[in-house]
Design a protein around this ligand. Structure first.
Ligand SMILES: Cc1cc2nc3c(=O)[nH]c(=O)nc-3n(C[C@H](O)[C@H](O)[C@H](O)COP(=O)(O)OP(=O)(O)OC[C@H]3O[C@@H](n4cnc5c(N)ncnc54)[C@H](O)[C@@H]3O)c2cc1C
Length: 414
């Protein structure tokens, strides 16, 4: 079935078990995990590798949940990241200027950090370092697919460079705008939040003590997340018009606004590096599969960063898809067969939808200043803070250890 036509003279043909379009943090983790399990994999990314690790490419840092760390350990990526990852030992949630707060402490569960903060560019460097160790993983970049054809026996991906890749399975991991998803005609439900996330890194005089702070202010959450050294990553959510104004402030005025919101607990502050802004919205694909095609990561679901779970959700897709494909290969089956892909979709879609809706609800509940709602949610926060069982429940969610976990997320081999 032709999804998009563009005639190119093919000068190279490659056969692989899996071709992955999109070598971001999700796509490349998948490629590494599959290659480590013995499958031959080609990963194609539109951006040159050097660009992806430039400090100017992506200023974000990600909270990588405890279960996601197990996956990264299982596929050999973690040793390349570990010394750049800062543990999150506590989370403090405050509702605006009110004193009500919710405090999560890893000591309550006694099972190690809730997760780690890692700068995205460091995660990408770790991924590239691990990829070079695997002979059966090939990265083609910069390049991109211009057509995808699925037939009974396999799929064919034609790249802009003229390279043709034949594989029983193609994976779309190109992020929210996934061309493969669009060519397959998979519809998405989506809406914008009328919010933008401003991201910046600060250096501070006093240590952060490995505490992540989430402050719910009227326009949206303001997060202060611990990085290596006396540094923290800020994610400041405001409406898009205000974001534009904030982005245009002089360095001195920007620092003054940051100081107002952070307060004095970190001592003297300094903004380091540039600031970025990201439009925030929710997007959910109605199907994660099509003949000989599976979607992973933001290509399948893009969620609000309020709980720092978008990448973690993508890594859950990765762990599930690796397990499903390795099982199919072990049984001697066709790894791109409809029943194999169906197992992946059944495993992942409901879980992702539940988290997408939970983050949507949280954002709506907390991103407003309506007095009765504020009073109710403050009572809710205070009540949860007094209920150890409820706190343990939320902490297990933050650690990503809830639900029907794939083996790699439980720390087991596939
Ligand atoms: C402000 C902010 C803070 C966040 N914080 C967190 C957090 O703390 N924790 C967390 O878990 N998540 C967080 N997220 C979400 C997380 O960043 C995303 O979910 C994650 O980056 C998705 O990864 P991905 O690989 O699926 O997609 P992407 O990161 O979008 O990567 C897609 C890749 O595909 C490539 N590509 C694009 N088009 C093509 C094409 N046509 N052909 C080939 N390649 C292509 C791109 O070059 C890129 O490398 C945050 C998001 C935002 C906006």
């Amino acid at each position: 079935m032709a999804r998009q036509k563009k005639t190119l003279s093919a000068d190279v043909a490659i056969s692989a078990d899996v071709a992955i379009a999109g070598g971001g943090m999700v796509g490349l983790t998948l490629g590494i995990g599959l290659a480590q399990s013995g499958l031959s994999v080609v990963v194609i990314d539109a951006a040159p590798q050097a660009e992806l690790t430039e400090p100017a490419f992506d200023g974000r840092s990600s909270a990588i949940a405890h279960a996601s760390c197990r996956l990264l350990q299982g596929v050999g990526i973690w040793p390349h990241l570990a010394d750049r990852a800062e543990p999150i030992l506590e989370i403090r949630v405050t509702d605006g200027p009110s004193r009500q707060f919710l405090h999560f402490d890893q000591a309550t569960l006694g099972d190690g950090p809730m997760g780690y903060m890692v700068e995205n560019r460091h995660t990408r460097m770790g991924l590239f370092a691990r990829a070079t160790e695997l002979d059966n993983l090939r990265i083609i970049a910069p390049d991109k697919a211009v057509s995808f054809e699925a037939e009974a026996a396999g799929a064919r991906l034609t790249l802009e460079s003229g390279i043709i890749i034949e594989a029983p399975l193609v994976v779309g991991a190109e992020g929210r705008a996934s061309p493969l998803r669009q060519w397959a005609g998979i519809p998405t439900r989506k809406w914008q939040y009328n919010q933008s996330g401003i991201v910046a890194t600060i250096a501070h005089e006093l240590p952060h003590c490995n505490i992540a702070h989430e402050r719910f202010l009227a326009p949206g959450p303001f997060a202060i997340l611990p990085l290596k050294g006396n540094r923290s990553s800020l994610v400041w959510t405001v409406d898009p018009a205000l974001a534009e104004e904030i982005m245009s402030l002089s360095p001195r005025a920007f620092l003054a606004e940051v100081e107002k919101r952070v307060g004095g607990f970190l001592g003297k502050l300094k903004v380091i590096g540039p600031r970025w802004t990201y439009p925030l919205g929710l997007q959910f694909a109605q199907r994660y599969i099509d003949p000989r095609l599976a979607l992973v990561g933001d290509a399948a679901h893009g969620i609000h960063p309020i709980a720092g779970q978008g990448l973690n959700l993508g890594l859950r897709d990765v762990a599930a898809l690796i397990e499903v494909l390795v099982d199919a290969r072990r049984l001697g089956g066709d790894i791109g067969a409809a029943d194999v892909l169906d197992r992946y979709q059944r495993w992942r879609r409901a879980d992702s939808l539940a988290l997408a809706l939970a983050t949507d609800g949280l954002n709506r509940l907390f991103s407003n200043d309506i007095a009765p709602i504020r009073a109710l949610r403050d009572m809710g926060l205070a009540a949860i803070n007094r209920m150890p069982a409820a706190k343990r429940f939320f902490m297990r969610h933050a650690r990503g250890t809830v639900g029907k976990l794939p083996k790699l997320l439980k720390g087991e081999a596939v």
